[in-house]
Design a protein around this ligand. Sequence first.
Ligand SMILES: Cc1cc2nc3c(=O)[nH]c(=O)nc-3n(C[C@H](O)[C@H](O)[C@H](O)COP(=O)(O)OP(=O)(O)OC[C@H]3O[C@@H](n4cnc5c(N)ncnc54)[C@H](O)[C@@H]3O)c2cc1C
Length: 393
Amino acid sequence: MADVRYLDWPFFEDRHRSLARNLDAWATQNISDDHGDVDAQCKLLVRSLGQGGWLRHAVGGSAYGGAAEQIDTRAICLIRETLARHSGLADFAFAMQGLGSGAISLDGTAAQKERYLPRVAHGEAISAFALSEPEAGSDVAAMACAARIDGDHAVLDGEKTWISNGGIADFYVVFARSGEAPGSRGISAFIVDADTAGLEIAERIDVIAPHPLARLRFTNCRVSLSQRIGAAGEGFKVAMRTLDVFRTSVAAASLGFARRALDEALQRATTRKMFNGVLADFQLTQAKLATMATTIDSAALLTYRAAWQRDQGRNVTREAAMAKLAATEGAQQVIDAAVQIWGGMGVQSDQPVERLYREIRALRIYEGASEVQQLIIARELLKDVRAPSSNKG
Ligand SMILES: Cc1cc2nc3c(=O)[nH]c(=O)nc-3n(C[C@H](O)[C@H](O)[C@H](O)COP(=O)(O)OP(=O)(O)OC[C@H]3O[C@@H](n4cnc5c(N)ncnc54)[C@H](O)[C@@H]3O)c2cc1C
């Protein structure tokens, strides 16, 4: 097992510590680095994570297969960090089960929870979160995909793109413009089963770190209003509440990638012979290693502060944004340093550090690009200055 001294931090309870240790042991036994067909790999990982009991942490409500009544942020962060250290695709498989079903856990009806969550928790159904559109990424409120009400159905028309699990998901939580009010107040969320008439996979998208991704097209796609999550026009809030839970876990996944990169760098630096010694003998290398470790621990402190604070029921808008910004940007630097230490082998296809170099890149873009996190942090800071008494604590 890698260096897990951070598990002694006061942010955790003993159940978190044993969760992380047990998962690490399980992952060592059950997750291989074999990257063949990503669709098949991903389906296998979801099933295996379900059978291992880990996906229970991705859903809320013990009556619906969840490990707890509410999603425990520290648990999902530790799971993502641990899985990311073993395999980017395993982390992805876990994360998407949570993100894809998160809106149902948080705001779904009892019938929706009953129908979807147990299957998600057992790895029997794959979920996806469909918010982004070709013309609405960072600017979510520019969304154009329409949901027209027709009797007791909503009729969806439009496109969603960059949808993780697109093509292999059993259902999609889709956000569409239902028009109750302009901008973000006129959006509703719907659960759309993958086999619903009028939903098609318009395009599969390849990315630098392969995982299932697609553009979806909705054409006269009729969805019963019983599949709507939350009230009409409340979809934006539903999406933001879901992202609020999972944003900190993106930071945690970055930590997992960064810790693996540091492990790989240490291993190489202490064994690569040169100039009558090994690479780690040189102070320039030691400076790199020290910076890597310090970057990781500072990002980890921010990440687990945010996770702990959320589990106390407190607002984490600023803290989650700081965690995501510091952890994703820091991990990119740590991994780059690891590639440098590995030299030519660092850029050789499918070497662990080369894979990490590709894995980390998208995390600085999705679930709010770094610039969006900076804006959130600045907004919160300015809010404090402008209304000092009302925003503390
Ligand atoms: C691998 C991957 C998986 C994804 N999975 C999903 C998914 O499952 N579901 C889903 O709905 N979406 C998903 N997305 C989409 C993702 O959420 C968007 O890519 C992201 O929101 C950015 O939108 P965009 O790509 O349209 O970039 P744009 O909105 O065009 O932004 C481009 C760049 O502009 C900069 N920027 C943004 N805002 C500002 C600003 N205010 N000031 C200055 N600069 C700014 C940032 O650097 C940003 O990267 C995924 C994306 C990727 C890459």
